[in-house]
Ligand binder design. Structure first.
Ligand code: PEP
Ligand code: MN
Length: 337
C-alpha cells in the first residue's frame, strides 16, 4: 500500500504518518519527491483496518497495491484450482454441466429428472431440499426428506450432488449426503455460514450475491478458503439492474474478469439470471464461449407443475438440445463437455 501525501503536507504530518504505520506493526518507506512525498507501507496488513490511513492528516490518497483476497487471488496462487468431484472435476479442461430441478418435490420427480439430465450429458445433479424463498408462504422444500431423496437419486445415477445449505446448523446433515455445498445468492455474505461450510471441508459452490461486487464475492470465498478448504467454485447467477424483462442481468463480464483475478473455477447459472427457459440456452452458449468452467441449469419434467421456478426450468428435451449446442461452443473454444 502506498500513501500519497498532499503537496501541502508538513514534515510533522509526514512523520506522524510514519509513526502511525510503525505503531501498527508495519514498515514505512519514504520517498520524498520535489512535488510531494509518498510512503510505502510494508508488512502483513491482514488485521489492519486500512481506512485508518485515509484519516491521517496530510494524506491525499491511499493506493492499495495487493488484493485484499490473498487466498482467492492469483498473486500467490497463479495456477487454476481444479475441484475434484467423484470421477469429474470442475476447473479443468472439460466444461461441467450441473442440472436438476429447483426443488425436490417427490421421489418420482427427482429420479425422473436425474436420469433425464444424466442421459442428456449432465454429470452433476442439483436440487434444493432447503429453499430460500422470497415469500414465507411459498414452498420451502422437503428438508431432511428432500436430502434423502437427493441422496438416493445421486446413488442410483452415480452423479455427484450439489445442494443448498441455508444455515450453519444444517451443515453436518447436508454434508453427509452432498458432494458440494451450495451457498445461495441471499447468503453470500452470511459469514457464520461461510465459516461453517469452510470447516466442513467439502467443496463449496458460492453464488454471487444479487447485489454484490466481484470483490465482495471473492472476499466471501476468502472466508471459506481461510479454513484450509481450497475447493470453492464461484457462481455468477445474475445481478440486479434496471432491466425488468429478465429476472436478473447475467453479468457475462464477470467470467473473464474473475478468471483474471482468481484461480477458482467459475460456473454460470443462466436459469436464475434469465427467469425464462427460452433464454437459458443462448446465455449458456455465451457463458461457455466467455470461459465458464461449468453451467448450473434448472430442469423439470413438467415445468407447468413445478413448485418453484417453473418458468425458467427447461423440459428434458429442451435441456438435451441445450447440451448439444453448448458442446459445439465448448469445442469451438478448445474445450469439451
Ligand atoms: C437455486 O440455485 O436454487 C437458488 C435459489 O439460486 P440463487 O441463490 O442464485 O437464487
Ligand atoms: Mn431456483
Amino acid at each position: 500500500m502506498i500513501l500519497v501525501m498532499r503537496r501541502s503536507a508538513t514534515p510533522e504530518q509526514v512523520q506522524a504518518a510514519v509513526d502511525r504505520i510503525q505503531a501498527l506493526g508495519c514498515q514505512a518507506h519514504l520517498s520524498a519527491g520535489e512535488e510531494r512525498t509518498i510512503i510505502g507501507v510494508i508488512g502483513d496488513r491482514r488485521q489492519l483496518d486500512e481506512g485508518v490511513f485515509d484519516l491521517l492528516e496530510g494524506v491525499e490518497q491511499v493506493v492499495r497495491i495487493l488484493k485484499p483476497y490473498k487466498l482467492a487471488g492469483r498473486d500467490f496462487h497463479p495456477l487454476d484450482t481444479v475441484v475434484p468431484l467423484r470421477e469429474d472435476a470442475i476447473g479443468g479442461h472439460p466444461v461441467v454441466i450441473i442440472a436438476g430441478p429447483c426443488v425436490v418435490e417427490s421421489r418420482a420427480q427427482i429420479l425422473e429428472t436425474a436420469w433425464a439430465v444424466k442421459e442428456a450429458g449432465a454429470s452433476v445433479l442439483r436440487g434444493g431440499a432447503y429453499k430460500p424463498r422470497t415469500s414465507p408462504y411459498s414452498f420451502q422444500g422437503l428438508g431432511e426428506e428432500g436430502l434423502e431423496l437427493l441422496a438416493e437419486a445421486s446413488a442410483v445415477t452415480g452423479m455427484a450432488l450439489v445442494t443448498e445449505v441455508m444455515a450453519p446448523e444444517q451443515v453436518p446433515l447436508v454434508s453427509a449426503c452432498a458432494d458440494v455445498l451450495q451457498v445461495g445468492t441471499r447468503n453470500m455474505q452470511n459469514y457464520n455460514l461461510l465459516h461453517a461450510v469452510g470447516e466442513a471441508g467439502k467443496p463449496v459452490l458460492l453464488k454471487r450475491g444479487m447485489m454484490s461486487t466481484m470483490e465482495e464475492l471473492l472476499m466471501s470465498a476468502e472466508y471459506v478458503l481461510s479454513h484450509n478448504n481450497p475447493h470453492v467454485i464461484l457462481c455468477e447467477r445474475g445481478i440486479r439492474t434496471f432491466e425488468t424483462y429478465t429476472r436478473n442481468t447475467l453479468d457475462l463480464s464477470a467470467i473473464p474478469v474473475l478468471k483474471q483475478l482468481t484461480h477458482l473455477p467459475i460456473v454460470v447459472d443462466p436459469s436464475h439470471a434469465a427467469g425464462n427457459w427460452e433464454w437459458v440456452t443462448p446465455l449458456s452458449m455465451a457463458a461457455v464461449a466467455a470461459g465458464a468452467d461449468g453451467l448450473l441449469i434448472e430442469v423439470h419434467p413438467h415445468p407447468d407443475q413445478a413448485l418453484s421456478d417453473g418458468p425458467q426450468s427447461l423440459r428434458p428435451d429442451h435441456f438435451a438440445q441445450l447440451v448439444t449446442r453448448v458442446r459445439a461452443v465448448a469445442q469451438a473454444v478448445g474445450r469439451d463437455l
